[in-house]
Design a protein around this ligand. Structure first.
Ligand code: G6P
Length: 264
């Protein structure tokens, strides 16, 4: 594990024995870069993204919790991506490297915590493996009352050729070709296949209930101040999610896992 920075934000880099590397900003426990052993960057990061903690980072993997988008009365996409997490367990073995990040109610800025006054503990563990990356997201209700939560790992995949990018495996949907703006919610199958131009990426999930597929297209992208006008063609978001807020009993746990496996 190496301490580093992402803009003005403290960050942590982990490197697997095969040379794969992941960099995570403590702000949001936000995965800002993932390079496979071949040196290839797999995630998109906006050149115009805030990198000072004044607003959410645009690109990588924002952690959405406890509300998805505007599906509720609270903060858009929740409070986790706007809070400074703590580094927990981290290490290496013969084939993998990992780092876990932790967030509780006490870590959340007061004005955001007021909007969602519940006792919780989040743990997000990134594991670099020889063939890919696992993200394991764990939610615990540490309070005495149930609370409702939604969540997502809002993954921005870098694509080489936007209109040549194909996503297969969505239920009742023909292979999805990217082109027009998209903001769709699908019931989550266990696995999807993404062809981002070069190579193939397998996306697997456990515990989530939906995949959200999003790309703003040119017009909406032009309205996003944290995205350069031409950058919308450089990514597709495929987000394992639990889009609706559902209850978690006092003392109970929930785990969602997203595993991304790459093939040449
Ligand atoms: O701009 P943000 O708050 O990061 O949201 C970016 C996007 O996230 C999700 O994919 C939603 O389904 C979209 O409706 C939203 O536009």
């Amino acid at each position: 594990m190496q301490e580093t920075t992402f803009g003005q934000l403290p960050a942590v880099s982990i490197t697997a024995p095969d040379g794969a590397q992941a960099t995570i900003a403590l702000y949001g426990a936000h995965l800002v870069s993932w390079r496979t052993a071949d040196g290839r960057e797999r995630l998109f990061m906006s050149e115009a993204s805030p990198r000072d903690g004044s607003a959410a980072i645009r690109g990588g993997v924002p952690v959405i919790f406890p509300q998805f988008s505007t599906r509720g009365p609270g903060q858009r996409h929740g409070i986790a991506r706007l809070s400074h997490w703590r580094l927990g367990d981290h290490g290496n073995d013969a084939t993998t490297a990992w780092a876990e990040f932790l967030l509780t109610q006490e870590d959340v800025p007061a004005e955001l915590a007021r909007g969602w006054p519940h006792a919780f503990a989040l743990a997000l563990r990134f594991t670099l493996r020889p063939d890919g990356l696992e993200m394991r997201f764990h939610v615990r209700n540490t309070g005495g009352e149930p609370f409702d939560f939604a969540c997502a790992l809002h993954t921005y995949y870098a694509v080489d050729a936007f209109t040549g990018t194909v996503l297969t495996g969505l239920p009742d949907t023909s292979p999805l070709n990217f082109g027009p703006p998209l903001d769709n919610v699908y019931p989550a199958p266990a696995g999807l296949t993404l062809q981002p131009g070069t190579g193939t990426v397998q996306l697997a999930q456990q515990g989530f209930t939906e995949f959200v597929v999003w790309n703003p297209g040119a017009e909406a992208a032009a309205r996003l101040t944290d995205l350069r006008d031409d950058e919308w063609q450089r990514f597709v978001c495929i987000e394992p999610a639990r889009v609706d807020q559902q209850p978690l009993a006092a003392g109970a746990d929930w785990t969602g896992v997203h595993t991304i496996t790459v093939a040449p």
